[in-house]
Structures are given as structure tokens and as C-alpha cells.
Design a protein around this ligand. Structure first.
Ligand SMILES: *[C@@H]1O[C@H](CO)[C@@H](O)[C@H](O)[C@H]1NC(C)=O
Ligand SMILES: *[C@@H]1O[C@H](CO)[C@@H](O)[C@H](O)[C@H]1NC(C)=O
Length: 132
């Protein structure tokens, strides 16, 4: 259906016109540097593109499957960055972080500031991150 082809293009055009939000990314970077790590890694994720809130920091261990099922984040992450030195695989499936339907592999800082622009909107069900 034509609408499905045109709609993401329109959204991408609108998103591209919005300036990115370097202040928000700087705040996240400061958090990464100063955080009291209880786990090995951290991502900063937001429900809107370009680090527009609500946003949250999510801690994890390397190789741990972090599922967003039954959280407000399930299929609602529209921008995300791992802390520097961390690499994340994003998956559609909430059970299987290594599913074939991966949204993105080896995502590194400064991450993806607009999932819509990259046609990865409303898809993330889980993630798994590594040192890298
Ligand atoms: C880390 O812990 C110290 C001492 O408890 C606290 O002052 C500081 O605000 C904490 N930093 C973060 C980023 O939570
Ligand atoms: C999600 O919530 C539903 C409804 O409460 C529950 O039946 C289901 O087991 C939960 N799924 C997981 C993976 O926790």
C-alpha cells in the first residue's frame, strides 16, 4: 500500500528539519562519566527522537538480555545511545535478544537519535550489550 511507503519518508523529512539536541546528549555523557556503576554498562533511552523525554538510564551486565516487555518502554524507544565503550544489539523480540529480526546490531555511542528516520520506530522489545 502506497501510504506505508510514503508515510515513513514524510516522517523522516519532518524529523530531519528538527535540529538535533546536543545539550541532552551532553547531559547523558556526563551521567555516564559520573554514574555509580552497579552494573557493567548503561544506555540512555528516550520515548521521542533526539533525546526528547521521557528519558531513562538503563543499567545492565554485559551479555544480559534486557527485555522491555511489560514496561512503558516496550516498542516505545525512539532514541537510544549506549555509553562510550559499550555496543548494543537491539531486537524486536522481547524474549530473544539475538533474534533474526534485529532492529540494529553493534550500536555504539552516540547511538541512534531518531529510530523513525532509520525505519526502526516502535520496534524495540529487548536489547543485549557488550563491551566494545
Ligand atoms: C554517586 O554517589 C555519590 C555518593 O553517594 C553521590 O554523591 C553522587 O551523586 C552519585 N552520583 C550519581 C551519578 O548518582
Ligand atoms: C506481561 O504481563 C501480562 C499481564 O499481566 C502477563 O500475563 C505476562 O506473563 C507478562 N509477561 C512477562 C514476560 O512478564
Amino acid at each position: 500500500m502506497l501510504l506505508f511507503k510514503i508515510f515513513p519518508v514524510l516522517l523522516a523529512a519532518i524529523a530531519a528539519a528538527v535540529p538535533t539536541n546536543p545539550q541532552a546528549l551532553t547531559a547523558a555523557t556526563n551521567h555516564f562519566e559520573k554514574r555509580n556503576a552497579t552494573k557493567e554498562g548503561c544506555v540512555y533511552m528516550c520515548m521521542f527522537p533526539r533525546w526528547e523525554g521521557p528519558c531513562e538510564y538503563k543499567d545492565f551486565k554485559f551479555g544480559e538480555c534486557v527485555s522491555f516487555i511489560n514496561t512503558t518502554w516496550y516498542q516505545h524507544i525512539l532514541s537510544l545511545t549506549p555509553q562510550p565503550g559499550v555496543m548494543c544489539d537491539l531486537s524486536v523480540d522481547w524474549r530473544d535478544c539475538a533474534s533474526a529480526s534485529n532492529v540494529g546490531k553493534g550500536i555504539k555511542y552516540p547511538g541512534i537519535d531518531d529510530m523513525i528516520e532509520h525505519s526502526r520506530d516502535d520496534q524495540i522489545g529487548s536489547m543485549m550489550c557488550y563491551e566494545g
